[in-house]
Design a protein around this ligand. Structure first.
Ligand code: SAM
Length: 241
């Protein structure tokens, strides 16, 4: 059977429920792009998966709508209590369409490790722009495209530190990891850094923040070879007039 996000949803939810330093770090980096207090804010979490980001947004007081095209992910998200002062609702939807979300109805769109899964970035940014209010903002993380390019791997030459080996950075498009323990066995869409940034500008977004965070202490403890490389690219962009 070929893996998809729906077929690995049980595995993914289990991974996050037992505690994944990398996914918790990603959540914290993404939320670091937003205000600490989100009471009264409406947030769409695009590609919410099992809800790790949506729950954290609700804990800050936001009214959150989480969407994901995987019905099984949405089942997991609904089963996990949100908690906090805010609310969360979930729907099966495609981030390239956002058919369940009204125009100009949200103040923020968050997308944690999901825009690198949408097959059509232009369609997704068109949909995001449509649902944001005039002052609305998009905050997203993606695996850092320079270091998480297709089939990037690790190597160690005797007595030297482990190093990242990257090829195929310019090979944009769908690829699937052959690591049976990795999330990207479900496949993902590789795009260069310039493709992401120029797409944002082309779709009428103004860049507010671009960060390349160092691994957290927890990530560094779990995966010491990641020291010195940012696992994610984090971007915050405002809907321009
Ligand atoms: C790595 S998971 C991230 C989930 C969650 N945001 C998190 O931080 O754990 C990627 C998610 O992107 C979703 N996805 C795939 N295609 C998508 C699309 N066209 N629109 C929105 N989300 C999509 C997958 O179903 C999956 O839940």
């Amino acid at each position: 059977m070929t893996d998809s996000w729906d077929t690995i949803a049980d595995w993914y939810a289990g991974l996050l429920r037992t505690g994944s330093a990398m996914h918790e770090f990603n959540r914290d980096v993404l939320l670091g792009l937003l205000p600490g207090e989100l009471g009264g804010c409406r947030v769409l979490d695009l590609g919410c998966g099992e809800g790790i980001v949506a729950r954290a947004l609700a804990a800050r007081g936001a009214s959150v709508a989480g969407i994901d095209p995987s019905p099984r992910m949405i089942e997991h998200a609904r089963a996990a209590a949100a908690g906090g002062p805010g609310t969360v609702t979930y729907a099966v939807d495609d981030g390239c369409v956002l058919s369940t979300v009204a125009a100009e109805s949200v103040d923020w769109v968050t997308a944690g490790l999901s825009l690198n899964n949408v097959p059509d970035l232009d369609a997704a940014l068109t949909a995001v722009r449509r649902v944001l209010t005039a002052q609305g903002e998009l905050a997203f993380t993606i695996p850092h495209p320079c270091f998480e390019a297709p089939h990037a791997s690790w190597t160690q030459i005797t007595d030297r530190p482990v190093r990242r080996v990257v090829g195929d950075y310019l090979a944009e498009g769908f690829w699937r990891s052959d690591n049976p323990e990795g999330a990207r066995r479900a496949g993902n869409q590789h795009r260069t850094l310039s493709t992401y940034l120029t797409a944002l500008v082309r779709h009428g977004f103004a860049l507010e923040t671009v960060t390349e965070p160092s691994p957290s202490d927890q990530v560094a403890a779990a995966q010491p070879h990641r020291a010195g490389l940012p696992p994610f690219l984090a971007v915050r962009a405002r809907r321009a007039a």
